[in-house]
Design a protein around this ligand. Structure first.
Ligand code: ACO
Length: 359
């Protein structure tokens, strides 16, 4: 039987390809490059002074506790939607790559705020772009979604079956916040956006994933969840109709979770790759709170330029925040082939994840 099988290239022999020397590090043939990026944000903005007018808060409190000064908010009355933002971001990335939609083999959207259970945001994007027959699916890991999807997409690329994959992080989380003093604990944090990258297979085996980590803690969701009715509440939580479809967050508990897990995640990823913190050119982190980010940066003695922060202008944009930071670095000419970049996400689920790349 075995003799009748066609010969397999080493790149397709799973036993030959797996590097067992380091946990979390797997086959790297073929190489994968992130060749382009694009973003989209809604036109409407919401500054801290706008928020001061609609709830009991202050610019000083928000800046001190979160580092946020402005956010972009989608306006459904003007036709804004999560798939609209995702499509615009992808169009910008395609333009950056000098590609057309038909060049894509697959579209993946990381999102926790699809317009509806079905069709997926990814399928809506294919409709808006006028492409047919290519793969399209959504992935939900909340604020870690883009990083989860980056690892997933690399795995698909490693099979050799795809040449060009578009990955988009897109969320309109502000539909789940209450703009009043009652909802101020989370309302001041969030903004809407989309960020897209295009990944391309290359014969050069060097660029691609060096290490990745995915984690979750289901019971931890008691500190961060969006209930849809009384049956979807975490155990022990009393039903309040005012909370339905609104982000419920125990801010200090999520803060402690993030400050604790973030440095551990960086350490774990560096260990898997056999690298030191200073060997990584950029740490591209989910933008949740400037204090959480600064704590991690200081812990590893990293310079500001290695730890880019743009939360002041966009707030926490859930799955879009990591590609927003990446795109701004690329646009500023700071991303070069050969650099090492660690993408990091953490958020609802609870979930947290890393993806360390050699570009
Ligand atoms: N303006 C003014 N005062 C406020 C506001 C506000 N917007 N929000 C809360 N306060 C008050 C509280 O009522 C409280 O008052 P009290 O002491 O009189 O009771 C006081 O400020 C302190 O409240 P805390 O919640 O303890 O404030 P904290 O310093 O923890 O900051 C924050 C709150 C910013 C939410 C912080 O806990 C945080 O960033 N947590 C992490 C959130 C996060 O990262 N989420 C990411 C995941 S999101 C996702 O995955 C979808």
């Amino acid at each position: 039987m075995a003799d009748s099988q066609p010969p397999r290239s080493p790149a397709h022999d799973p036993n030959a390809a797996i590097n067992t020397a380091r946990p979390g590090v797997h086959a790297r043939p073929p190489g994968v490059r992130i060749i382009a990026s694009g973003i989209a944000v809604p036109e409407k903005t919401l500054t801290n002074s706008d928020l001061e007018k609609i709830m009991d808060t202050s610019d000083e409190w928000i800046v001190q506790r979160t580092g946020i000064r402005n956010r972009h908010i989608h306006d459904p009355q003007k036709g804004d939607s999560v798939s609209g933002l995702a499509t615009e971001a992808l169009r910008n990335a395609l333009q950056d790559a000098g590609m057309v939609p038909d060049d894509l083999d697959l579209i993946v959207v990381a999102t926790m705020t699809p317009e509806s259970p079905t069709p997926s945001v990814a399928c809506r994007v294919t409709t808006k772009l006028g492409v047919r027959n290519i793969g399209a699916f959504d992935l939900n890991a909340a604020c870690s979604g883009f990083v989860y999807a980056l690892n997933t997409v690399f795995g698909l690329m490693a099979t050799g079956a795809y040449r060009n994959i578009a990955l988009i992080g897109a969320d309109t989380i502000t539909q789940h916040v209450e703009y009043s003093t009652y909802g101020r604990g989370s309302a001041v944090l969030f903004g809407d956006a989309a960020g897209a990258v295009i990944l391309q297979r290359t014969d050069d085996p060097m660029p691609g994933l060096l290490a990745h980590i995915l984690h979750s803690d289901g019971p931890g969701s008691k500190d961060l969840y969006v209930p849809t009715d009384e049956r979807t509440l975490p155990e022990g939580v009393e039903y309040n109709p005012r909370h339905v479809n609104r982000v419920q967050m125990h801010g200090p508990a999520v803060f402690r979770f993030a400050v604790g897990t973030f440095p551990k995640l960086i350490e774990e990823t560096l260990e898997h790759a056999g690298l030191q913190a200073a060997d990584v050119d950029y740490y591209i982190c989910h933008q949740s709170n400037v204090r959480i980010l600064k704590a991690a940066q200081e812990r590893f003695g990293l310079e500001d330029r290695q730890f880019p922060i743009n939360i002041d202008r966009y707030g926490n944009t859930v799955a879009a925040s990591v590609p927003l930071v990446f795109h701004e670095l690329r646009q500023g000419g700071k991303i070069q082939p050969g650099q090492r970049v660690m993408f990091l996400g953490f958020g609802a689920g609870l979930t947290w994840a890393s993806s360390l790349w050699q570009l």
